[in-house]
Design a protein around this ligand. Structure first.
Ligand code: SGN
Ligand code: CA
Length: 538
């Protein structure tokens, strides 16, 4: 008996041993996935046809969802450009990675997922807008726009060296990405950030798209004329109203000379500067093509303006806004198509993860607004689509709450690299494969950049599947709570409503728990406030 037992044990150990060795061998021989991370700037989920809002068509971006997965509840941790990028790179909340607003410097010395991929044998590249100061670290190649970048004839910093490239920024970013991809002939897996500037303000489309989009008319959001009744001071005092804060020249492409002729030259200094920074960069040919499209719009505006009520002017501005904003997305979508085609043609598609997302959401007239920053849904939520034919089933939908905090751990897991314990997100790989049903039921949010352009007050909050609790602070001390099931447009602040006492207590509990879990505090808020005020006073 004893002998047989020993033999069985010995045999089992041997089987286990061979299985383990084989598993390791398989891992080693298996080529690790390539990664193409497509990050556009201010691209609202409402402006991707896969999300079904009916505003525009994005057939190529939609391909990613059809052949892979679409996330219906993807959020940011801080709805503003540079901080969001810092969160994506580091996998840490703003108050830990230090990039809390667009003003504070980003510390490239800290750990990031591209650095970890690079030190684990990946070739890495960063192409397009990054909006973080200094030479990017963790990349074998970088070709980035300085700051916000320009739409026409942009400067690029190619491995730190400035070069002006003639053409349209979205097309150039795509071309640079394709060139880099075509150069990847060695055996190493790659990870490239393909970052578009579009559709960031001031929304200058490619000429070919401006022609089409300026002829179009778009449906208005239900809340375009929101009066912010039942909301707090922050919504009421924000400066992002389409009627009052979107400007006619820089934003709506009415020439300074047209306004001059109309006797509407108030604010002219600001307006003409914005105009010079965008349209003013065009060469003669580009300008002539631009004038052929926007000249007639200027003429129409000149004759129609006198008769316009404020309501009509707001609708006119909204239509101009959508024509240009959605116009810029057409070339983003074309670029995605070219990159996907390249992957198919080169045989790389099967083993390449393609992610499409944006640095935050954006208001397309909801609540009468443009811009972002708020923890309300349209700016909190981003598009997120992912394709990885080798693993992800076509047509997958993910409804759990994910955040941009999750990209770093997710991509490290796909690449087989250990996820550092200080990263705060979680890998959503198993979630996409429907293997893991244990997932968070709440997310945490912080926003700091105030007082600043658009005047959205400092706030933080928690969002669960159904409710949202927010605290606005600094020059106010206000709480807002929304029932997203009954009030998805967030028109009714229920904080203090006796019917919701229990829910309110529960949400306060969730908020305390989140602040503790992620390591945030009132002391952090006060410190960042002090640092911000010092920086902007300089
Ligand atoms: C610029 C824009 C703002 C925008 C910020 C931040 N004005 O200042 O509308 O909110 O950038 O945007 S513009 O007239 O210069 O376009 S972010 O995406 O970089 O955070
Ligand atoms: Ca942005």
């Amino acid at each position: 008996m004893k002998m047989t037992f020993k033999i069985i044990i010995g045999y089992s150990i041997w089987i286990l041993f061979t299985l383990t060795v084989n598993a390791q061998e398989v891992d080693k021989n298996e080529k690790r996935p390539n990664i193409i991370f497509i990050l556009s700037d201010d691209h609202a989920y409402q402006a991707i046809s896969a999300y079904g809002h009916g505003l525009n068509e994005t057939p190529n971006i939609d391909r990613i969802a059809k052949q892979g997965a679409i996330f219906n509840k993807a959020f940011v941790t801080n709805s503003i450009c540079a901080p969001s990028r810092a969160v994506i790179l580091t996998g840490k909340h703003s108050f830990l990675n230090g990039k809390v607003d667009n003003v504070q410097p980003f510390d490239w010395e800290q750990s990031s997922f591209p650095k970890l991929l690079q030190s684990n044998g990946y070739k890495t590249a960063l192409i397009g807008k990054i909006h973080l100061n200094g030479l990017p670290l963790g990349f074998d190649y970088s070709a980035v726009l300085p700051g916000q970048g320009a739409y026409y004839n942009p400067d690029f910093l190619i491995n730190g060296k400035k070069e002006r490239i003639t053409g349209y920024v979205t097309d150039i970013t795509t071309d640079l990405t394709l060139e880099w991809l075509k150069d990847q002939k060695d055996d190493k897996p790659f990870c490239v950030f393909y970052n578009q500037k579009a559709p960031h303000r001031r929304w200058l489309p490619a000429i070919r798209d401006a022609e089409k989009y300026t002829q179009m008319n778009f449906k208005q959001p239900e809340t375009l004329f929101d009066d912010y009744k039942n909301r707090g001071a922050s919504a009421k005092t924000a400066e992002m109203d389409i009627l009052g804060h979107m400007n006619l020249t820089g934003d709506n492409k009415i020439y300074p000379s047209t306004l001059d002729e109309m006797g509407l030259a108030e604010n002219m200094d600001y307006n003409s500067r914005a105009f010079d920074l965008s349209v003013g960069r065009m060469n003669k040919e580009q300008r002539a093509a631009w004038d052929a499209i926007y000249g007639p719009i200027n003429e129409q505006f000149k004759s129609a303006y006198k008769e316009m009520s404020d309501k009509e002017l707001k609708i006119w501005k909204y239509q101009r806004y959508m024509q240009d904003y959605l116009g810029t997305i057409e070339s983003v979508d074309d670029g995605v198509g070219k990159v996907l085609d390249f992957l198919e043609e080169s045989g790389l598609a099967e083993n390449t993860i393609v992610i499409y997302t944006a640095d935050q959401g954006f208001y397309l007239g909801e609540h009468g607004w443009f811009d972002k920053r708020f923890m309300y849904e349209e700016s909190l939520r981003t598009p997120l689509l992912i394709r990885y034919p080798k693993e992800i089933k076509p047509g997958t939908e993910v409804n759990e709450l994910v955040q941009n905090l999750d990209f770093a751990p997710t991509l490290l897991e796909y690449a087989g690299v250990t996820i550092p314990s200080e990263m705060q997100g979680a890998s959503f790989r198993k979630l996409v494969n429907k293997e893991n049903l244990e997932w968070r039921d709440a997310i945490y949010y912080t926003y700091y950049e105030y007082p600043s352009v658009h005047m959205v007050k400092r706030h933080y909050g928690v969002r669960t599947v159904r409710y949202k609790l927010m605290h606005f602070y600094y020059d106010v001390d206000e709480w807002e709570m929304y029932d997203l099931e009954k009030d998805p447009q967030e028109m009714n602040n229920i904080y203090g409503n006796p019917e919701y006492v229990g829910i309110q207590d529960m949400m306060h509990g969730r908020l305390t728990e989140m602040r503790k879990k992620y390591g945030d505090s009132d002391e952090n808020d006060q410190r960042f406030l002090k640092e911000y005020l010092e920086a902007v006073r300089k």
